[in-house]
Ligand binder design. Sequence first.
Ligand SMILES: *[C@@H]1O[C@H](CO)[C@@H](O)[C@H](O)[C@H]1NC(C)=O
Length: 495
Amino acid sequence: MASAVTFSLGAKILCLTLCLLSLCCSAFTPQDYSNALEKSILFFEGQRSGKLPNNQRLSWRGNSGLSDGSSYHVDLVGGYYDAGDNVKFGLPMAFTTTLLAWSVIEFGDSMHSQIDNAKAAVRWSTDYLLKAATATPGTLYVQVADPNMDHRCWERPEDMDTPRNVYKVSTQNPGSDVAAETAAALAAASIVFKDSDSPYSAKLLHTAMKVFDFADKYRGSYSDSLGSVVCPFYCSYSGYHDELLWGASWIHRASQNSSYLAYIKSNGHTLGADDDDYSFSWDDKRPGTKVLLSKSFLEKNDEEFQLYKSHSDNYICSLIPGTSTFQAQYTPGGLLYKASESNLQYVTSASLLLLTYAKYLSLNGGVATCGSSKITAETLISEAKKQVDYILGDNPAKMSYMVGFGYKFPQHVHHRGSSLPSVHQHPGRLGCNDGFQYLNSGSPNPNVLVGAVVGGPDSKDNFADDRNNYQQSEPATYINAPFVGALAFFSAQKG
Ligand SMILES: *[C@@H]1O[C@H](CO)[C@@H](O)[C@H](O)[C@H]1NC(C)=O
């Protein structure tokens, strides 16, 4: 006993010293970021639709959606549920995939033991997107399930009996937004698998080109023909121009094929290259495209791409307090604040852009120009770090917004599967209405959706840990996807 007491006292002194030392620099150690990285990827297992593999680690989930597509004679089994419901929405699924792939492309070298898990998370989606894109010529399947019907129930994915309607875009009812985002996802993923599985990579890239061609030739927004089931959930508010340029940019990055370079050069101006826009999300790809294309200017000094570097600077400057073009809103506790619903999606996506741009700048000795001031890569990194640390618990509420990370994290996550008893604990069916007692109960979720980052606090840093407050307590795949890259970056930083 005595030695245990001594050890514990010693450990306390050691910790106190380390904590004091680390207070000056960081709330978290590289190990903390590694731990959060592992969890951020694990979350995707909780969102899986289809037949789960033997190595599934989030073991409270079971198989679901095994006949998706069958009534339409297509195989649409697999993919991800977008958030706390059981719908497979194509636009956010594709965007999630693009950002997960981008995370791996830029920061995979820092992922160490997690690289295979990250690739598996990308592949779970691309296997599905490949099926959706190739099942029927001239068609892209873009959604499974009627969200209005799905939302009337509170059901586990394993039990769901709501209509699994299938929605598609075609040459007659085009959807350049969802199709070009799908092309972006397939192209970005082809880079991820280039070395480890080159036949798969080639298939992804080839399919990306075909889907992009379809998106570009048959122009229109999927909200026009599918408004009743994609709006207001994932309505294409920003239109499809942003996705066309984003899709072409990703195929260019993946293939280095000069046709896409020519496409970007001749269509950039009409597809949003000259716009300044400060919100990067599943709807609006413009800031991401600017950063992605700025690499060509920074690396090759290609004059044609200077435009994208300037607009990337404008985006970055909008986020950095004190610059003449600063225009973001931050909470008193320092969190980037864009919207009352699912705000953290904007924070994680901005963090990935800050870090990616910092990487491109520092590889080339560049800086961002904000009016008369020069902003260095270090400033971008420290801004991203503030946001990442806030999410992980360095905030006024001393609360982590990642489920299962830290001492205090959301317990009442707005997520059907997580909030209902697991199929292994409660094998009997829970029907559509049986679930509402769990939705409305004050008890913590019985299944911990490890790694999920929820919508997050309001503009005053307040967070209601309430399952019915989906604006704050719902996770989403596109909140996590860019966070994976940001966490990988910080896990590899020394001190
Ligand atoms: C480049 O892309 C175009 C358009 O998709 C395609 O027709 C052409 O075959 C590609 N070239 C190569 C070398 O892959």
